[in-house]
Write a protein that binds this ligand. Structure first.
Ligand SMILES: Nc1ncnc2c1ncn2[C@@H]1O[C@H](COP(=O)(O)OP(=O)(O)OP(=O)(O)O)[C@@H](O)[C@H]1O
Ligand SMILES: [Mg+2]
Length: 373
């Protein structure tokens, strides 16, 4: 393992270059790899050649220390290094089956679906699960939660932690929340995340929502290419960080109605191809009455599969758990049977499942760039 990740541990990088780099938010050898030579040159004003040399040295340093793989690697080596990939349980049998044990480190998992389908609940649940012991399917790590829509709720974390017999105070302590106010700020948070990830043993990075701010700020066709370019920068950064720091990354993404689709599901994730091309895994969440359906859409090694899950106090739950709860409520109502008018009403309420109104998805025809397809 590489002990020294300081910039000046690289040969030829002296105090002046170190300062120049850290002024630009590059704090260690990992950051050099994450940002890459083109970006290093542009943010520090260095010559591109110099930046390339430094980044190459950084890469060699990490290869020597066994932290990253060399350019030419045998499949056996890759197979071995994939053994170091960690998995975080989802806390449910259904989604663990879909993910083949849980979500992976060194990968970006995109979760997309319409509003209310459970993307934020999933992000909250995973923020608790990653803290579980390795025996219980966690990684004993902490979380960097980038909240762009102000939907992070510590109360939800508390109830999810309690449902999993974990100490809620400790669980809250291990979640670092970064509230992003605009898309540039969202990018900046990631650019500066290196030392935070290292010092706090972050094993999960959440971007909820990854695309919302970009979408709100760059409206209309004219700004589409700038938006996709910036979003591209963000998701690539996220994916490189996940790979370099061996942590899992979750990016959520809403869907929009696609007016040109006549058959099948007329929705598509916003941010479309940019996020899709960068993500290692893509999961589609869909409402189905009170239940939810999760589909593995794109994966290099999972079959395209669907499972049913539910949402509850404990976050993401198995559908059987949700059924047990409904039965319990119904039973309670029946025992009190019709002694008072109120009890009678409660019974009726417990029996009648309110059908959930199918979500109306916004139509945004300018959201897709046909050139991108
Ligand atoms: N404490 C709870 N117990 C049970 N279900 C809950 C609880 N809190 C939230 N939910 C469920 O979660 C749903 C909201 O899910 P969530 O916020 O994850 O949606 P989302 O996919 O992030 O939507 P958006 O695109 O608007 O961000 C609610 O409709 C409700 O069904
Ligand atoms: Mg949400």
């Amino acid at each position: 393992m590489v002990e020294d990740l300081r910039l000046d541990s690289l040969e030829g990088v002296g105090p002046v270059t170190t300062r120049k780099l850290s002024d630009a938010g590059v704090h260690n050898v990992m950051d050099l790899i994450v940002r890459g030579p083109v970006e290093i040159a542009s943010i520090t004003g260095m010559e591109k050649d110099t930046a390339e040399k430094i980044v190459n040295k950084a890469r060699q340093h990490l290869v020597d220390g066994g932290l990253i793989a060399n350019h030419f690697t045998s499949a056996t080596e890759i197979y071995k290094s994939r053994q170091s990939i960690g998995r975080i349980t989802t806390g449910t049998n259904c989604l663990d089956t879909l993910f083949d044990g849980g979500i992976e480190t060194q990968a970006l998992t995109e979760v997309y679906g319409e509003f209310g389908c459970g993307k934020t609940q999933f992000a909250h649940t995973m923020s608790v699960m990653v803290q579980k012991s390795k025996e219980e399917g966690g990684l004993e790590g902490s979380v960097l939660y980038i909240d762009t829509e102000n939907t992070f709720r510590p109360e939800r974390i508390v109830s999810i932690a309690k449902a999993h017999d974990m100490d809620p105070e400790k669980v809250l302590d291990n979640i670092i929340v970064a509230r992003a106010y605009n898309s540039s700020h969202q990018i900046l948070i990631l650019e500066e995340a290196g030392p935070v990830i290292e010092e706090n043993n972050v094993k999960l990075i959440v971007a909820d929502s990854a695309v919302g701010l970009f979408r709100a700020e760059y409206l209309g066709r004219g700004t589409l290419s700038v938006r996709q370019q910036k979003l591209n920068h963000f998701v690539h950064l996220l994916s490189r960080i996940a790979e370099t720091y061996n942590c899992a990354a979750i990016a959520t993404n809403q869907v929009m109605a696609s007016p040109d689709v006549f058959f099948g599901d007329p929705t598509r994730p916003i941010g479309g191809n940019v996020v899709a091309h960068t993500s290692t895994y893509r999961i589609y969440f869909k409402k189905s009455g009170k239940k939810r359906i999760a589909r593995m859409v794109d994966s290099p090694h999972h079959p395209e599969e669907e499972v049913i899950f539910a949402l509850g106090e404990a976050g993401i739950i198995d559908p059987e758990e949700a059924e047990k709860k409904t039965k319990k409520t119904a039973k309670k109502a029946t025992t009190k049977k019709a002694t008072t008018k109120k009890a009678k009403e409660a019974e009726v309420e417990a029996k009648v499942e309110t059908p959930e109104v199918e979500a109306k998805v916004e139509i945004e025809s300018d959201d897709f760039d046909p050139v991108e397809e």
